[in-house]
Design a protein around this ligand. Structure first.
Ligand code: ADP
Length: 663
């Protein structure tokens, strides 16, 4: 049919160009027919011209009387090898003219003789040669074009003779099997490629239709075996004998691999879709894409701002999206009866004002080139319930203009509700804490002012008694009044001190003698101590320097501890009610004050518990005394603690910084 090793590079250039374009001046330069001839072709044309000149000279000058004219056929054949149809025709015609010129110059006016016969033979030979050359050119061109087409295909194209010898081997075959055309042509195909094919089926196909198509396996040059989808066509000689086979094949291995990979990735995608513990759906947003594009073409720069201002457009865009796939979680999220109720629906059925605002924001981001966008928003389910969701949208194939969007939604409704409840609880707790603080403050005032108030009442009563005597004792009444004033002042100072404490400010640092302050405090309690039949003893370290602090507050601590001690001893034998107050140095820079009683002792396993606010074991107790003591001591930079005595009763200690240490 055509030369096995023919390739487009071997063809005349006109042919190649013609095969591409058909010669149109309007075409781009690359596609225009190439008019320039190669050097080789120019030389051949020159050689043909020289041969024509020589033959002409021989014809005119030799005594052969036109016998050499038949050699012009060689000139035509020479031209036909390198030039196109028109040029061959021109060469044939030119040669005829030369034959005629030579004839006229030598035989003009002669009577009919042998020269006329030779002229006729030469012209006929030239005409036939020219026609045949032109036809052969056309056939060659067609064959070459067909060959080129075979080479254009990615499939393998091979042509074999009846012995399975390879005659033609296209680029596709080179690429797939790994053997070049040069290496393959002439080899026996089944040996080169170790072809395994269903021989019986092939024979049946050939017998029935002269063709077969099916699968076969072959070995490539690198040793790997491949599966091919193949189509074989029998070629016949003109007498009907089979001449060989034309075959086209395509590699199924790669295709199958790609197909399997495609299937696997689809399965993976499907599994993720189904197994995701959150709502996930795919939607077609191409309508929204086109709408955004239209806006951009119309010169809208800020899509988000535009959509915020044009709600009707935004609503139209909201409805221009269709759910194409959804998982069961999405069905649950939107309270749909089943999956099919979502597929094909527009997203706008779930829209709320919040969702609309979010959409404007998301579209603006996508228009800016973002591939994944995220926002928290609200949807309305098919049953009308409002749900809070964290929405994430991702473009699957960016080149397809949002045609495939994967959207995931995490339901935040519960979380937001819990958060709201938590916020409320925290607010209530803060309120409760403020109320408790207020209660604590009120309780503290009640506790601390109780003692001076009781003293005021007692002194007032005894003053009254002095006045109602027959001979009123002015001095005693004055004493009582002094005590009343003193205790009244003290109550005022206590309240002021408590106020200062609640402000959490540091206690005033005034140097004071501990022994003096304690003496004063004890003096204020004398009446209670006497009434309680308590035996008070004191022991002050002689060399103790001054401490830094607030006199009234320190006295408050001492009074609290002493009163607690007195109360702890209320139930024991009055003869054994001993209260001992002592001071001593504590390490470097501190003084320690201890108040020891012989009462019932602290019943708590952890003695520190008694310092907690509101901790009390007394029916009329407030549980504030020790808590206030701790606040005061700590505000002074000291510490307070309690312990039970070995022989019964408890001892409370507290420390205060010495003035010298501060200096
Ligand atoms: P209140 O005296 O109102 O109960 P406090 O804070 O002064 O409040 O005391 C708290 C509790 O600590 C008392 O109820 C008591 O159980 C215990 N407590 C305080 N001082 C002593 C003490 N000297 N001996 C035994 N227990 C004490």
């Amino acid at each position: 049919m055509f030369e096995p090793a023919a390739s487009p590079q071997d063809l005349p250039q006109e042919n190649r160009a013609g095969a591409i374009s058909g010669g149109d001046d309007a075409l781009p330069p690359l596609l225009r027919p190439q008019k320039r001839w190669s050097r080789r072709r120019r030389l051949q044309i020159l050689a043909a011209a020289a041969a024509a000149a020589l033959i002409f000279a021989a014809d005119v000058l030799s005594p052969l009387d036109g016998a050499v004219a038949v050699l012009y056929t060689a000139v035509v054949l020479l031209v036909a090898r390198v030039a196109d149809r028109r040029f061959v025709l021109a060469a044939g015609a030119g040669c005829c003219v030369l034959v005629l010129v030579a004839f006229v110059s030598s035989h003009w006016g002669e009577a009919f003789n042998g020269a006329y016969v030779r002229l006729g033979v030469s012209l006929t030979a030239l005409a036939i040669t020219t026609l045949l050359a032109v036809r052969s050119w056309s056939a060659e061109t067609t064959a070459a074009e067909q060959a080129r087409m075979l080479e254009l295909t990615h499939d393998t194209v091979t042509i074999r003779d009846a012995d399975d010898r390879i005659l033609y081997w296209n680029d596709g075959a080179e690429a797939l099997y790994g053997w070049t055309r040069k290496e393959a042509v002439g080899r026996i195909c089944r040996e080169l490629l170790e072809t395994q094919y269903p021989a019986e089926e092939v024979a049946k196909g050939f017998a029935a239709a002269g063709s077969w198509s099916g699968e076969l396996t072959r070995r490539r040059r690198d040793g790997t075996r491949i599966v091919l989808a193949s189509r074989w066509l029998v070629r016949y000689h003109s007498d009907g004998r089979p001449a060989g086979i034309i075959e086209t094949s395509a590699d199924l291995t790669a295709e199958r691999k790609a197909e399997a990979e495609r299937r696997r990735s689809e399965e993976r995608y499907g599994a993720i879709f189904r197994a995701a513990g959150f709502a996930i759906w795919e939607a077609d947003w191409s309508g929204r894409f086109e709408a955004v594009e239209d806006l951009q073409k119309a010169g809208v720069g800020d899509i988000g701002a535009y959509l915020d201002a044009h709600r009707a457009t935004l609503r139209q865009m909201a409805s221009a999206a269709e759910i194409t796939e959804a998982n069961e979680e999405a069905v649950k999220l939107f309270e749909a009866p089943r999956r099919e109720a979502l597929i094909g629906r527009s997203m706008s059925i779930f829209s709320t004002t919040a969702a609309e605002n979010t959409l404007a924001h998301l579209l603006a981001q996508l228009a800016d080139g973002a591939a994944i966008v995220e926002a928290e928003t609200q949807f309305c389910t098919l049953r009308g319930k409002t749900i809070d969701v964290l929405l994430r949208a991702c473009i699957v194939a960016p080149g397809e203009g949002w045609r495939r969007m994967i959207i995931t939604a995490i339901d935040l409704t519960e979380r937001n509700l819990t958060q709201a409840r938590l916020d409320q609880t925290l607010a209530e707790l803060a309120h409760a804490a403020r109320v408790a603080l207020l209660g604590q403050f009120a309780a503290s005032i009640a506790h601390e002012v109780n003692q001076p108030l009781a003293a005021i009442t007692t002194y007032a009563q005894s003053g009254r008694r002095w006045l109602t005597r027959e001979a009123p004792a002015a001095q005693e009444v004055r004493d009582c009044l002094d005590h009343i004033i003193e205790n009244g002042k003290r109550a005022g100072e206590v309240v002021a001190g408590l106020k200062a404490l609640t402000k959490k400010g540091a206690a005033p640092k005034i140097p004071l003698h501990l022994a003096e302050a304690i003496e004063e405090a004890v003096a204020l309690m004398r009446r209670e101590l006497t009434t309680g039949a308590i035996n008070l003893r004191q022991s002050f370290a002689a060399d103790l320097p001054r401490v830094l602090g607030d006199r009234v507050q320190i006295q408050q601590v001492v009074i609290n501890l002493a009163m607690n001690g007195a109360q702890a001893m209320a139930a024991i034998d009055p003869r054994r009610r001993d209260l001992f107050v002592a001071t001593q140095r504590e390490g470097a820079g501190f003084a320690r004050i201890s108040v020891r009683d012989s009462g019932e002792g602290i019943k708590e396993q952890n003695p520190d518990a008694v310092f907690e606010p509101f901790f009390t074991t007394k029916s009329s107790g407030t549980g504030m005394g020790l808590s206030i003591c701790r606040s005061i001591v700590e505000a002074h930079g000291g510490r307070i603690w309690a312990e039970n005595n070995d022989g019964g009763g408890a001892t409370f200690h507290f420390t205060l910084p010495l003035e010298e240490a501060a200096a």
